[in-house]
Design a protein. Structure first.
Length: 344
């Protein structure tokens, strides 16, 4: 008796578009259209196609579809940090805008390294996305060249420039911080210190520092005080380090302007533990209006930026261009607002 184990014959046939069409009771063209752009068919039709796809186990051959249509149905989003809530809000809103139209979002993180951004752009473009979202307006020469030559729509976000690569949805970080300084000066503060990690690739933090410096010179006529922790991460622990650095170097400080709510939260909690009264001893402000800002005691004065609106508007602009429709206004300023709370 032959006891040699028999090899199981692998199935060579696969579910086809025609199989899905028969199961859904529609034409193959309708199935193709429904999978390509769900909003192009009636809701009831799409539901039947979706059920048929699930029942048959159909997996579209995206590679073949991409070659045939010269469209990948994919969009790349390049952000500084995956775990930063403000960027997560932007990407979520961006995805919410594009997913109903059949697009998938690929996300990459630069960790604030311009060279990493260039590598990500090159890698994503090699996968032929239909569009790109990029956080920031400062790039290496190589990145700008890649984006300019990509022949796909690009939208830059979370900054402002008079020379966008293509489209722009953002605001002026410098103007926002200058407005925060103005708020503090109006409340009688005169010895302000700017505090941030100021990592080499965090151009938005540098813009906030520059906005602070310009406002201090204009409103107070003094040289700006800046404390930096260039080799430290964006964390509350770094905020404590910046607090200690500022008070050691400038013991007469009466307002601390942090580059992020994360730093400000760390400093504010440290003050509470140490019995330092805020804002009586000095004011503390942040940037971003993160969820924690309103729950701190005292609650945190900060700059609110419409992170979700940035994602929604960026997705809308890309969608217009990817669907071959003209965009009248390529640069959109979403603005900012000062949220005054107890810490100032």
């Amino acid at each position: 008796m032959d006891t040699t184990p028999r090899r199981t014959r692998r199935r060579t046939s696969s579910v086809t578009l025609d199989d899905v069409a028969r199961a859904a009771g529609v034409s193959p063209q309708t199935v193709s259209r429904a999978l390509r752009d769900p909003e192009a068919v009636a809701e009831e039709t799409y539901a039947r196609v979706e059920q048929a796809v699930a029942a048959t186990g159909y997996v579209p051959n995206l590679a073949a579809s991409n070659l045939a249509s010269n469209r990948s149905r994919a969009v790349a989003a390049i952000i500084p940090l995956i775990n930063a809530s403000v960027f997560a809000q932007t990407v979520h809103a961006f995805s919410e805008m594009l997913t109903p139209h059949g697009y998938q979002i690929f996300v990459g993180s630069t960790e604030y390294h311009p060279e990493q951004e260039e590598r990500l752009v090159r890698s994503f473009l090699g996968r032929r996305p239909d569009g790109l979202l990029v956080v920031g307006t400062e790039h290496t020469a190589g990145t700008r060249s890649l984006l300019a030559a990509a022949a796909v729509p690009v939208v830059e976000t979370w900054g402002w420039t008079e020379r966008p690569v293509d489209m722009l949805v953002g605001f002026s970080n410098a103007a926002a911080t200058a407005a925060l300084v103005r708020h503090l000066v109006e409340r009688g503060r005169r010895r302000l210190v700017f505090a941030g990690a100021l990592q080499p690739g965090d151009f938005r933090a540098a813009e906030r520092r520059d906005g602070f410096a310009a406002a201090v010179r204009e409103l107070l006529g003094t040289e700006p005080r800046v404390c930096a922790a260039e080799d430290r991460p964006v964390s509350m622990a770094t905020g404590v380090e910046l607090l200690d650095q500022a008070l050691t170097r400038h013991p007469d400080t009466d307002a601390l302007v942090f580059a992020s709510d994360v730093f400000a939260a760390g400093a504010l909690l440290a003050c509470t533990r140490r019995g330092i009264p805020v804002p009586e001893r000095f004011a503390i402000t942040g940037f971003g209006n993160f969820e924690i800002a309103s729950h701190l005691v005292p609650s945190l004065t900060t700059v609110a930026v419409p992170a979700e609106e940035i994602g929604t508007l960026a997705g809308s602009l890309l969608l217009e261009r990817m669907q071959r429709r003209p965009v009248a206004e390529l640069s959109r300023d979403v603005g900012f607002r000062i949220v005054q709370r107890e810490s100032s």
